[in-house]
Design a protein. Structure first.
Ligand SMILES: Cc1cc2nc3c(=O)[nH]c(=O)nc-3n(C[C@H](O)[C@H](O)[C@H](O)COP(=O)(O)OP(=O)(O)OC[C@H]3O[C@@H](n4cnc5c(N)ncnc54)[C@H](O)[C@@H]3O)c2cc1C
Ligand code: FES
Length: 272
């Protein structure tokens, strides 16, 4: 099936001051998206902005594609102006997906990162310990939906307006403390801002060195700027560890987030 298709806007509405939900009905048959995959959505019908923008699949139900988005600049502002009945160009589903969890797991979402992780929580209901952090109460979205499909939910906000005050990674550190372990999760899935992912990398390194730790794997969804979304422009590359062979040892190579990602093993990324 072609990844290039047109879709009709079913509805497009604000959930609160920051977030909106867009529901699209594809006008042709499409491949079924997996949690972690994304679509390039045409942002408006003019040449400004010219490029499509990447958005994680938030929900796929009854042949409706749903996207949870936050208005940031020109592209997302144009997206917010789509009205019921408007037709847009779409490419997807693109990229790889989150590996299937083998039991209970931890999901770490920072801000709009919840859009990418919620389908995983929904596919594997009541198996996730969800850690979800945002700047303040208004920037948390879909909390009730997330709570309803998670085993346990931990919320933090920077200003303490909802949940615990502080960083979500600090709550994760408490939870992972081997002397207080009450869970059987061995894998972490994460999506959110780069500083959160860098801190997670530091946490994972110390977990791996700790013989009492249960955590053995961690997968992160990377959010790089994208131009083409299909592997052609090299605009979305990240540095990952190279492969050592008998003949050569390359310390690092570039991988395209849109093609080889967006989901990577956290240990493979070179965090600078
Ligand atoms: C694989 C993937 C999945 C994504 N899923 C979602 C999603 O489900 N919901 C959602 O709201 N957003 C998502 N994003 C981010 C979204 O694509 C950007 O917010 C959007 O492209 C911004 O376009 P714009 O024209 O409105 O803003 P621009 O004018 O292009 O930029 C406005 C501001 O946003 C920053 N920005 C732009 N793109 C990104 C990016 N990729 N990462 C971090 N900062 C960025 C810019 O640096 C600038 O400060 C995803 C990004 C990727 C790569
Ligand atoms: S966005 Fe063009 S190669 Fe990834």
């Amino acid at each position: 099936m072609s990844k290039y298709f047109k879709a009709k806007t079913v509805d497009n509405f604000s959930l609160n001051k920051h977030f909106s939900l867009l529901n699209l009905s594809p006008l042709s048959d499409i491949d079924i998206p997996q949690p972690g995959q994304f679509y390039m959505l045409q942002a408006g019908d003019t040449c400004d902005p010219l490029l499509k923008r990447p958005f994680s699949i938030f929900r796929y139900e009854d042949n409706l594609l749903s996207f949870l988005y936050r208005i940031r600049g020109k592209g997302t502002l144009s997206l917010s102006r789509l009205k019921s009945g408007d037709i847009i160009n779409v490419i997807g589903p693109l990229g790889n997906s989150y590996p299937v969890p083998d039991g209970d797991f931890i999901a770490l979402a920072g801000g709009i990162g919840i859009a990418s992780l919620l389908p995983l929580l929904d596919r594997f209901k009541n198996r996730a310990y969800l850690f979800y952090g945002a700047r303040n109460k208004e920037e948390l979205v879909m909390i009730d939906a997330a709570k309803g499909i998670s085993k346990e939910t931990f919320i933090t906000t920077d200003d303490g307006s909802e949940g615990k005050k502080g960083l979500i990674t600090d709550s994760l550190i408490d939870f992972l403390n081997p002397s207080r372990i009450t869970h059987h999760a061995s894998r972490i899935y994460a999506c959110g801002p780069t500083p959160m992912l860098k801190e997670l990398h530091r946490i994972i390194k110390s977990q791996i060195q700790n013989p009492k730790s249960q955590i053995i794997e961690c997968y992160v969804s990377m959010e790089e700027h994208m131009a083409c979304g299909v592997g052609a422009c090299l605009g979305c590359v990240v540095k990952v560890r190279g492969q050592e062979t008998v003949d050569s040892s390359q310390k690092w190579i570039y991988k395209r987030v849109c093609k080889e990602g967006p989901v990577f093993d956290i240990k493979d990324i070179i965090w600078e």
